[in-house]
Write a protein that binds this ligand. Structure first.
Ligand SMILES: [Zn+2]
Ligand SMILES: [Zn+2]
Length: 349
């Protein structure tokens, strides 16, 4: 089927309107009309080839909410009219030990990304949610729970699950002490989700500027990471620190904040860090870990949790043709806290 989206054709040009074909639905596919798509920092990295593996033309977008408009003959989970969502994955092998556990993001054969992946059958290059339509296997569509605001639900599909999954992996609950580095799209979700689970949340920030925001989002406190006295006083005070910073940075100041057996989990940066010092790790049995999004079952659990607790991202709605300006602002961290594209602003040619 013909559809339209926004794509970039090389690393140094802005995104522009782009007409392309989505595959005809297979038996287990559904076709969705995309209503909203969140703007993730990865979209920006991807468009600019920051990771070195972008293939152009590239259509970013993996925080997708929409409505089912057509289903394949074998689809049983969804019907036309249902509100569904798609995150960073559109397929996996569905057979390996990880897929069998519901950890499709860790598929042994490699998962198929919503953009930048290769369709397992046609070998076509996948194109993301900055578009009017998406065709996806029903197993990789999530149900948007009734009552969850459709526009504001979009960023849950990446920012939400990326921060929810480590909170579950490290058993965060009532009274857990959680630190969050970086108060952007991911960080603000980490604060809301951890607080929703009953944790005591502290935002770690280089300045006190975001103090009021941190408290409004549900944090108990903001700790200024450049204040050596305050940092020394906070030593051994955290069970888990979620590090959402999406660029190369220095984790050394944060490691002593972890209690024995505490973990600093990186969810933002793909690439190098400043050289880590091993003393706090070795002497305190502290860990540095990473975590990529979450599986389909956990993503559904996160959506249901957010609906039950009324947890939603803080969003700024934009038109599709405002995306390049939104990218510029996102690079300067000038967004509170996630841009969401209203796809009604994109007309099918
Ligand atoms: Zn993302
Ligand atoms: Zn697999």
């Amino acid at each position: 089927m013909k559809t339209i989206g926004f794509a970039c054709t090389s690393a140094d040009v802005p995104l522009a309107p782009y007409s392309f074909e989505r595959r005809a639905p297979r038996a287990d596919d559904l076709v969705m009309e995309i209503l909203y798509c969140g703007v993730c920092h990865s979209d920006l990295h991807w468009s600019k080839n920051d990771w070195g593996w972008t293939v152009y033309p590239a259509v970013p977008g993996h925080e997708i909410v929409g409505r089912v408009i057509e289903i394949g003959s074998g689809v049983t989970r969804y019907k036309v009219g249902d509100h569904v969502a798609v995150g960073c994955l559109v397929d996996s092998c569905m057979k390996c030990d990880q897929c069998s556990k519901g950890e499709e993001q860790l598929c042994r054969e490699g998962n198929t990304g919503t953009y930048g992946g290769f369709d397992r059958f046609s070998k076509d290059y996948t194109l993301g949610g900055y578009s009017k339509h998406l065709v996806v296997r029903e197993e990789f569509a999530l149900r948007v729970p009734d009552g969850l605001d459709l526009a504001r639900a979009a960023p849950l599909l990446c920012a939400g699950i990326t921060t929810y999954s480590p909170l579950k992996t490290w058993n965060i609950g009532l009274g857990s002490r959680v630190g969050v580095i970086g108060l952007g799209g991911l960080g603000h979700m980490a604060v809301k989700l951890a607080a929703g689970m009953g944790a005591e949340v502290t935002v770690l920030s280089r300045t006190a500027d975001k103090n009021d925001d941190a408290l409004a989002l549900g944090a108990k406190a903001l700790l200024v990471s450049t204040d050596e006295t305050a940092m020394a006083k906070a030593a051994n005070g955290f069970d888990l620190i979620i590090d959402t910073v999406p660029v190369k940075h220095d984790i050394n100041p944060y490691m002593p904040l972890l209690d024995i057996d505490g973990t600093l989990v990186i969810v933002g940066q793909l690439g190098l860090l400043a050289e880590p010092h091993t003393v706090p790790m070795v002497l305190g049995r502290r860990r540095i870990a990473g975590s990529p999004i979450g599986g389909i079952r956990e993503t559904q659990e996160m959506l249901d949790f957010c609906a039950e607790k009324n947890i939603l991202p803080d969003c700024e709605m934009i038109r599709m043709d405002e995306i390049n300006h939104a990218f510029e602002r996102m690079e300067k961290a000038d967004v509170r806290y996630r841009f969401v594209i209203d796809m009604a602003s994109l007309e099918v040619a």
